[in-house]
Design a protein around this ligand. Sequence first.
Ligand SMILES: [Zn+2]
Length: 408
Amino acid sequence: MGRISGNTSDIRRINRLLVRDIIREQGPISRSDIAKVAGLTPPTVTNIVSDMLHARIVEEVGYGESTGGRRPVMLVLNPRAGFILAVTIQRGETRVALMDLADNILARRDTQLSVSSPHEIAGTIKESFQSLLSETGVPEEKVLWCGVASPGLVNPDQGLVEKSSNLAWKKVPFAHILSKNLSGIPVHIENISNAAALGEKAYGIGKGYSNLIYLNVSIGIGAGIIIDNNVFRGARGYAGEIGHVPMTVYDGPHCSCGREGCLEAFCGVPAVLRRVKAQVSDEEFRMLGVDKDSIGIPDLTKPPLFNIPAVQRIMDETGHLVGIAISHLVSLFDTEMVILGGELGRVGDPFLETVIRAAKDHSLVEFAETIQVVRSTMHQHPELMGAYVLAMEEVFAIEDWSYREVSK
Ligand SMILES: [Zn+2]
């Protein structure tokens, strides 16, 4: 434990948190093994476990192997001792999942939106939440925390979205607004790329890696950077804004941030689609039978559009620039892995190969030899699972999980 205090109630609290963490991480586990791991006396553990059994935070699940005497009763965390609401917000969409304490999504609601005001989005999340509660039968007061992944500059300590061009928000205290809509459930908000990096590290291809970067190439471009197992947030939570690093000195395209020539102005999804529409003639679109106004990134990677040389060139240039951005990130942070995520992370292998080649070509040989640039392989959305990871961290840092019932 990092903090030793002489105060008895502090010590009791720390012991309880420790025992709960051990059961969560190592369960099924016996009382005597908990005592050994925690360095506590067996009677202390027995007392703590009795309270937790009474409060239904832990459960007995049969017997373990005997070590000479009676077979020990094994304990696990009750996955339904509390619940988490995991949320992602993006322009045009909210995704809301009700989850238990054992990583399971009980039910999920995705909603397409034409609005993006903070109050309207919070209202949509509230509606999704209510319908998830009735669908699952989970009592509202058992939902302990809500984790939100949001695009833009997000200050988690203040619960603030400082700026998001994706949502057209400025200085929005969204954690507070959403908490009010969810009848007081505490809300933790985090940048979407940071959340995705955490999700990949906990459940995806980044499992077991201490240093990794999740590069989100979607409408916007941002990097979630994990250094020594922790998100590198910078002074206010804004680190990783690689989307607004200039990629040219002269005459770059206009960017959503108000400047010119940023990576996002070349490689963000709207920029790529805009370039295709500008370079493929209306006549060509007509001949291919493709509706110019409804094309998306997946259309660019398969016939008929993929067969057009101009489209291939744009995808090639995009991959090249994304690869250069990766070389910058790897040179700065020396991570073991870069996970390419977002809409452009999901396109076919030729694009990923271009990205990897450019990343290696523009890196020092020492980085190029070892760097792994990979695609997300997660079944669930990494940013949603990252929002869950963050809410779980908050929940396991507090001792008493009955606070929602008390405040009701
Ligand atoms: Zn910019």
